[in-house]
Design a protein around this ligand. Structure first.
Ligand code: T4K
Length: 385
């Protein structure tokens, strides 16, 4: 048996900048006396990120969830929004906080993104938007989604929490749809500890978003909107500015790890690699596999439990399906028979450890463990007894 790792191997580890470089930024903050409310670090990061992500309109937020929540609010959506059940709870919870009803659409079994071919049949008089997620950083079928939206006069919002730097044939992902949300949580390729951003198409929305994230304050004496506090502070922004300097190095490391995973997993029956993008088009956010019980000989949950004995702790992103949350049970679109493919994938996916510092040898060992844990056909009969 392969020996367990000496210390736990988690799904990810945050990207840390050089401490001395961050401290230098902190010194500037200390000297400025400005800790939050659109200080110098914030202004600089907003500009630097707009350039890096290839957008003319970008606003920073204290996290990705509030960015999405307020983005939906700024678009003044009403009624129903077609979305995916296969996502992190934040996506659909943002609809709840906007009094919008999710209409769940099944997913594409290869990319695990919303199945664009199934969207149109879910459109009703009440539909105001499509909220799609670039799951694991792989792009949705953006062209098809836009065609449907144009035909039915719907807004398109992308949850791009995993899609930092994702491109489609070299074109930044935020060029599609009305808005794209990014998450800068500690677990993301690019982090500001907690943080997020919205890239948006219509310039005038910038003013509304600025108000929404700062209590609706137009100036010290005029409150013009029911806003929130969703501002990124100076310490977060400074962290982001330093992480941005090393993000390409991290991507390059992950590119090598991805290649190693692919080579080492090749030929293990019942293991499908979900991550598919390469090179400059990829966000390298996650490395995800699907476990087919019939061919691998174990369920995803069994594999997950077995890996713990080796000190390997992947995550079941995303489990459970959002459509299974108790408060959606009454919805027609949330019924399992309407979401057969999402219902299948949710029991098969496993996000494997994936971060630059992990190193090639650890990836090889994890793949060796996956190979070791596969139950051969001849053993399968005993295993199932
Ligand atoms: N939409 C989508 C599609 C999303 O995936 C997310 C967030 C959002 C929207 C919302 O964006 P934010 O509001 O978060 O900006 C994590 C993250 O908290 C969450 O941001 C992320 N998606 C989700 C997929 O993963 P958990 O509960 O799985 O994280 P946690 O704390 O268990 O961390 C995972 C592993 O990472 C740990 O086992 C160890 C390691 N870790 C984590 C942290 C926080 C560290 O080594 N250091 C750390 O500081 O949710």
């Amino acid at each position: 048996m392969i020996s367990p790792f000496k210390s736990p191997i988690y799904v990810t580890r945050p990207v840390f900048p050089d401490l001395a470089a961050y401290t230098a930024q902190l010194n500037e903050i200390w000297e400025s006396s400005q800790l939050t409310n659109n200080g110098m670090q914030h202004k600089r990061l907003e500009g630097e990120l707009a350039e890096y992500l290839g957008t003319s309109h970008l606003k920073l937020f204290s996290n990705g969830t509030l960015a999405l929540l307020l983005g939906l609010k700024a678009l003044e959506l009403k009624g129903e929004v077609i979305t995916t059940p296969f996502t992190f709870p934040a996506t659909v919870q943002c609809l709840d906080w906007n009094q919008l009803t999710p209409v769940f659409c099944d997913i594409d079994p290869v990319t695990l993104n919303i199945d664009a071919d199934k969207i149109e049949s879910l459109i009703t008089e009440q539909t105001s938007a499509i909220l799609a997620v670039h799951v694991f950083g792989n792009p949705c079928d953006v062209e098809k989604i836009q065609k449907i939206a144009d035909k039915h006069n719907l807004r398109v919002i992308y949850d791009g929490a995993h899609a930092f730097g994702t491109k489609i044939n070299g074109k930044p992902i935020n060029q599609y749809g009305d808005m794209t949300m990014y998450s800068f949580h500690a677990t993301k390729l690019f982090n500001t500890v907690e943080g997020g951003a919205l890239a948006f198409k219509e310039a005038h929305l910038g003013q509304t978003l600025e108000l929404l994230k700062n209590f609706g304050l137009q100036d010290a004496e005029h409150v013009v909107l029911p806003g929130l506090n969703a501002k990124m502070n100076e310490l977060q922004a400074a962290m982001g500015r330093e992480v941005l300097k090393i993000v390409e190095t991290e991507r390059a490391k992950r590119h090598e790890l991805k290649k190693t995973y692919e080579a080492e997993l090749h030929g293990i029956p019942g293991i499908r690699i979900v991550t598919s993008m390469e090179g400059p088009n990829s966000s390298y956010q996650y490395f995800v596999i699907e476990v087919d019980q019939d061919r691998y000989g174990r369920t995803r949950d069994d594999l997950f439990n077995q890996l713990a004995a080796y000190q390997v702790f992947p995550r079941k992103y995303f489990y459970p399906l959002c459509s299974d949350f108790p408060w959606y049970r009454r919805l027609e679109s949330a019924q399992p028979e309407n979401l057969p493919l999402a219902g299948k994938s949710v029991h098969q996916v496993l996000s494997m450890p994936f971060y630059g510092e992990l190193g090639m040898e650890a990836v090889k060992k994890i793949c060796g463990i996956l190979r070791e844990l596969q139950v051969e056909k001849k053993e399968l009969l005993n295993y199932r007894k």
